[in-house]
Write a protein that binds this ligand. Structure first.
Ligand code: NAI
Length: 762
């Protein structure tokens, strides 16, 4: 039987329940949200970061009080319990669900660390077979990790189903866990976090010093140690730590959770209401625009003190993580001492928790990477700094020495991983929906981009410039990709990559600041031409955008036959932010996608509202907050696909190419596809711009740029509405782009953006 989830029921509408309900709705599943109180759905819709992709998704959630609507439980194919972290309350609710659920429905409990099997201890045998633990991380939409905890009674079919569903439909990275206290990620983080704070207090570190060392320097996120604690909340961290202490009697490291220094600090901080971000003060305190830091000596807040550790600057210049961490570990200063404490303890502790919390190293590494955004999990990091080189500094589990004694130098080797129980390497199971580009042969490459063979006759154009900005090399490789596609025996091409962002636009340092008007014109023309070749290629070209897909990155996407976008795609034509307009087909495509269809359907329609729509999207540099929202903005088409799991993106894009090929793809007709609305409509648009400027909503220069944008969008000097060719629109775009690119205020905006990463409103 193929199990489907047509309706989910989430019980508990607090932080986690509301986020989980929203994310099921993002996946297109109708949800009943229940609580003992009336779930505050209107408030939930306004949470930041946004739990819902779109207002449409939010409309899939129906909220009600549990006592009034308990029968809803009987309609759920999956019932998710996410109420308070209290065993008695959860057990009572389980009894109720057991009574009301329909046969064969899945039930899961979301808990930070309560034993899953005990939650269902008194339930019926059938309930137990369908019951499983799910530990989402907060916020559920954005955090990749989902720990899934089957009990001894959970049917294997249910575990498999929950895993597949979570990976494919919810886009999560699933790690199967044993039913041990705090599972994997929080177990390691609770002990690790306590040990950092304890060491800092014992050795006179400042808050700033710790965060400068415990962050990106050693491959961890910017939130490092204390910023992370402020985010989590001191009360929560405290509750988790003290809960954990009692549950892990046999854990040789548990005493650090109750270190007197730590308890003292927690007690005073909690007494003073300094719980972190939620009380606006914790280890840091925001005072207007100034961020103050807690002084451990005085217990009061003071101005920020820059860490005075000479090796920090030098270390941060080393790009490769393994090399950088080795350098920091070797320093005879405060950075070296703290890094040694953090890293050696983390590696040792992780090794000593095998097989207690997991039999396999991959699960532990993934839990740490996906749950806490570390660049590498403990065993991956250990490989990078050298296992044998550091073994004498680490209180490692005996199996690690055994591994070395047998001549095995690393935990990972050629796609396999060391199995501490089998004492040999085993293959890491491959997700058939995941393509790893580095395993795909290179067909052609330059400094900026590569063409790779994805197999089955599909090519991939991969960008790899810094932040995937567009430069000469990248433009050349787009052309090379189309050449190869036309010449070779290929079925189609995917434009995609594995960077942090799909593409953030043109490299502003390159063409714009050095090229002069002729250089700019040439660069824009060459991207326009390359993208028109993409658009009219006889073989299907599919873009696979994700994360930031801005300006030129958006234009590349718009040129493709179809888009397979990650759920989390932030796409937009943001050129006006730096005093430019889209120059490589962005304006043309928005007319073709928003204005043209309306005018085709109703030839005598008034184009003004559609033109205004485009003006507003481009003129306010609107970026979508999800791929689903990008469809409402016109950046993506209804027929474009949305893939929830970014790891599956290249695979799904490749499948799309193959399907289009099999269906006999042909290039679109290159006719007069753009409806240019003409001078009268432009006059109306300009009147609106004037009102905005007079009202003080936009600057004089914003109004000028908007005016030039309106000129392009309405087809230049055409006296009345007319169908024009794409070439006509592209020529207009290019002329105006070159004209505004050298205005002093645009130059100022570009320079400001390059210096600060933020737009300047001049
Ligand atoms: P919360 O305190 O924000 O929300 C709990 C909600 O449950 C409240 O709205 C409350 O009215 C409701 N509730 C309490 N008893 C109920 C009952 N008997 N029937 C129906 N509703 C009831 O809690 P939060 O943070 O959402 O946590 C929920 C669960 O998820 C807990 O077990 C927690 O340990 C776990 N968790 C929390 C994470 C977090 O970061 N907040 C992360 C991962 C797991």
């Amino acid at each position: 039987m193929t199990r489907t989830i047509s309706r989910a029921v989430v019980i508990g509408s607090g932080t986690m329940g509301s986020g989980i309900a929203a994310h099921f709705a993002n996946a297109g599943i109708p949800v009943y949200l229940l609580d003992i109180i009336e779930p505050p759905l209107d408030k939930i819709k306004k949470h930041t970061p946004a739990p819902f992709f779109t207002a449409d998704a939010a409309s899939l959630v129906t909220a009600g009080k549990l006592d009034e609507h308990e029968a809803w439980i009987g309609e759920g194919d999956w019932i998710i319990e996410a109420i308070v972290e209290n065993m008695d309350a959860k057990r009572e609710l389980v009894a109720r669900i057991d009574r009301l659920r329909k046969p064969d429905s899945v039930v899961s409990s979301n808990t930070s660390g309560l034993p899953i099997s005990q939650i269902a201890a008194n339930a019926s045998a059938d309930f137990k077979r369908h019951f499983i633990g799910t530990h989402f991380f907060n916020p559920p939409r954005y955090m990749k990790l989902l720990e899934v905890i089957p009990t001894r009674d959970t049917a294997p079919e249910i575990t498999q189903f929950v895993r597949d569903f979570a990976e494919q439909r919810l886009g999560k990275g699933v790690v199967l866990c044993k039913d041990t206290p705090n599972f994997i990620a929080n177990r390691l983080a609770s002990v690790g976090g306590a040990s950092i704070t304890d060491f800092a207090l014992a050795n006179d570190y400042t808050v700033e010093e710790v965060d400068a060392i415990a962050g990106p320097l050693i491959g961890r996120p910017k939130t490092a140690a204390f910023r992370l604690q402020d985010l989590v909340g001191l009360d929560v961290a405290f509750a988790v730590a003290s809960n954990l202490y009692d549950l892990i009697e046999g854990d040789e490291s548990r005493e650090v959770l109750r270190s007197p220094r730590l308890e003292n600090l927690r007690k005073t901080q909690i007494e003073k209401g300094r719980l972190g971000d939620k009380t606006k003060q914790g280890f840091y305190k925001k005072d207007g625009k100034v961020i103050q830091s807690l002084d451990f000596k005085t217990g009061e807040y003071r101005e920020r003190q820059e860490p005075q550790i000479a090796s920090l600057a030098e270390a941060s210049k080393i790009r490769k993580l393994g090399e950088r961490v080795r350098f920091v570990l070797a320093q005879d200063d405060k950075a070296g001492a703290l890094a040694r404490h953090i890293i050696y303890n983390a590696l040792g502790y992780a090794s000593r928790r095998v097989p207690e919390i997991s039999d396999d190293l991959v699960s532990i590494d993934r839990a740490v990477r996906w749950g806490f955004s570390h660049d590498r999990g403990p065993f991956e990091l250990w490989d990078a700094i050298g296992v044998r080189a550091t073994i004498d500094s680490v209180d490692a589990a005996p199996w690690v020495r055994e591994m070395l004694d047998a001549g095995n130098e690393t935990f990972y080797r050629d796609g396999s991983v060391y199995d501490p129980l089998k004492k040999t390497y085993v293959a890491i199971p491959k997700d058939p929906r995941q393509i790893s580009l580095k395993e795909c042969p290179v067909v052609e490459e330059n400094e900026s981009a590569s063409l790779r063979d994805l197999g089955d006759g599909v090519l991939c154009l991969e960008f790899h410039t810094k932040m995937n900005t567009i430069d000469d090399g990248l433009r050349a490789m787009i052309d090379a990709g189309v050449d190869e596609l036309e010449r070779g025996d290929w079925k189609g091409l995917v434009i995609g990559n594995e960077g942090a962002d799909f593409c953030i636009g043109a490299n502003l340092k390159g063409d714009l600041s050095t090229g002069g008007p002729d250089g700019v014109r040439k660069a824009v023309k060459s991207l326009q031409d390359a993208l028109q070749r993409v658009r009219f290629c006889a073989k299907p070209i599919v873009a696979a955008p994700f994360a930031r897909t801005l300006a030129g990155g958006c234009e590349i996407t718009l040129a493709c036959a179809r888009v397979v976008a990650a759920g989390e795609t932030y796409i937009g034509l943001v050129e006006v932010g730096v005093g430019l307009i889209p120059g490589a087909g962005g304006c043309k495509e928005m007319i073709r996608r928003v204005v043209s269809p309306a005018m085709k359907k109703t030839p005598n329609a008034d184009p003004l509202p559609f033109v205004q729509n485009v003006m507003q999207t481009i003129g306010t540099a609107r970026v979508s907050s999800s791929a689903a929202e990008a469809k409402t903005l016109g950046y993506l088409s209804e027929s474009d696909l949305i893939v929830m799991n970014r790891d599956h993106l290249l695979y799904e894009a490749k499948q799309d190419v193959l399907e289009m090929h099999a269906a006999g793809y042909t290039a679109p007709a290159n006719g007069d596809t753009c409806y240019a609305a003409g001078r009268d409509v432009r006059a109306a648009v300009k009147a609106g711009i004037y009102v905005l400027q007079q009202g003080g909503y936009i600057s004089e220069y914003d109004a000028y740029i908007s005016g030039r944008l309106a000129y392009v969008i309405c087809g230049g000097d055409l006296s009345s509405g007319e169908w024009v060719s794409e070439r006509y629109m592209l020529d207009l775009e290019r002329d105006v782009f070159v004209e505004v690119a050298h205005q002093p205020k645009t130059v100022e905006r570009i320079q400001f953006m390059m210096k600060t990463g933020k737009p300047l409103r001049n």
